[in-house]
Structures are given as C-alpha cells and as structure tokens.
Ligand binder design. Structure first.
Ligand SMILES: [Ca+2]
Length: 194
C-alpha cells in the first residue's frame, strides 16, 4: 500500500469511528426522563417523595433535596413504581442511583420488569406481583451508597414493551428508595442478545 493510499485509509477510518461515536451519543437517550409514573405508595413525609422524583433527571443522593423517591410500604410489601415510556422499546439496561449516607439496603437486589399491561388507570391500587411480569433482570448485588447501579436486561426478552416496573424483592426491608432511574434501549437490536 502506497503512503498516499495508507493516509487516505487512516482518515477514512477516523471518520467512520467519529460517525459511530456521534451516532451513539445521539441515539443513547434516557427513555425514562420525565415520563409519567405511578407508585404503590409514597413515604409520608413533610414533602412528597413520589415516583416523579425517580425520573426528574436529578440523581442528588441527599434525600432532603427532594430528588429521591421512596415508597411507604413495609418489608415484603408491594414497594414498586411503574414508568410509562410512551412507546414500545427493546429496553437494554437500567441505571439506578442510590441514596446517600442512609438506608442503602432498600435498593439491594432490585427487580426491573417490563410489561405491556397499563396499570396507570388503577394507580397505587394496581396488583403488581413479583414473578408475574417479564423480568428485565434482578440486580445480583447489594447496593452501595450514592452510586449508579447498572442492570443489563435479560437476553430472553425479545419483545418491545412500553412500561417499566421497578420493585423491591419480597425479602427487602421495605421503603424502596431510589434517587434516579434511567432506561436505555438497544441501539442495535441484534446486539441486545447475548
Ligand atoms: Ca431524581
């Protein structure tokens, strides 16, 4: 290969790589941001830490700054929130940000489900039962303080879904608390399966 051809090849490769990076940045958007939510309950507090704070775009881990969501359900209780993505997506992974300095165990081993069932007309009265909905996945570890926790969706989910369920496992301590939740779709559906 001549030096001229080699240089042309180099710059074409750089251009292609840059285009791939731009494509990724443009397409990788948080589908959950500011979308409608419902929750099983809201922790009774002087401000309402309802599930809209789960997707308000602010992961501030300081609970008093009013950007964290918390249910009011006890151990083994419903402890869920549902996000309406407005359209059906092949969800690829979820990112959850935990609360700071306190109560990190409330996010341990969290569950992310996907469903086409519209629970919104029933709101907090919805009967969302663990094991009854398609499971994106369950986080395999205890959560840590004020940090992002990424959960890759299960390879076996081949359908697109509109609604995302966040739920504490039945063994959890209750009072599910999460400061931000993000959902990202697969950029290439063929790359979702592993
Ligand atoms: Ca938030």
């Amino acid at each position: 290969m001549s030096e001229k051809v080699c240089i042309q090849f180099y710059w074409k490769t750089v251009l292609v790589l840059n285009l791939l990076v731009v494509r990724h940045v443009l397409l990788a958007q948080n589908l959950a941001l500011n979308k409608p939510t419902i929750n099983s309950s809201v922790y009774p507090y002087y401000f309402s830490p309802s599930s809209n704070l789960l997707v308000d775009g602010d992961s501030n881990p300081e609970f008093e700054n009013r950007h964290c969501f918390s249910t009011g359900d006890g151990p083994g209780g419903p402890n869920w929130a549902v996000i309406d993505l407005f359209n059906q997506y092949h969800a690829d992974y979820a990112n959850l940000f935990s609360r700071g300095y306190c109560c990190t165990d409330r996010m341990d081993y969290f569950l992310i489900g996907l469903t086409s069932v519209d629970y919104f007309p029933f709101g907090s009265a919805s009967n969302i039962v663990r094991g009854d909905y398609p499971l994106c996945g369950q986080y395999e570890y205890k959560s840590v303080t004020a940090a992002w926790h990424k959960l890759k969706c299960n390879a076996n989910l081949i359908s697109a879904y509109r609604y995302v369920i966040l739920q504490q496992p039945s063994t959890g301590p209750g009072l599910l608390t999460v400061c931000e939740m993000e959902i990202y779709a697969a950029l290439n559906i063929n790359c979702k399966y592993f």
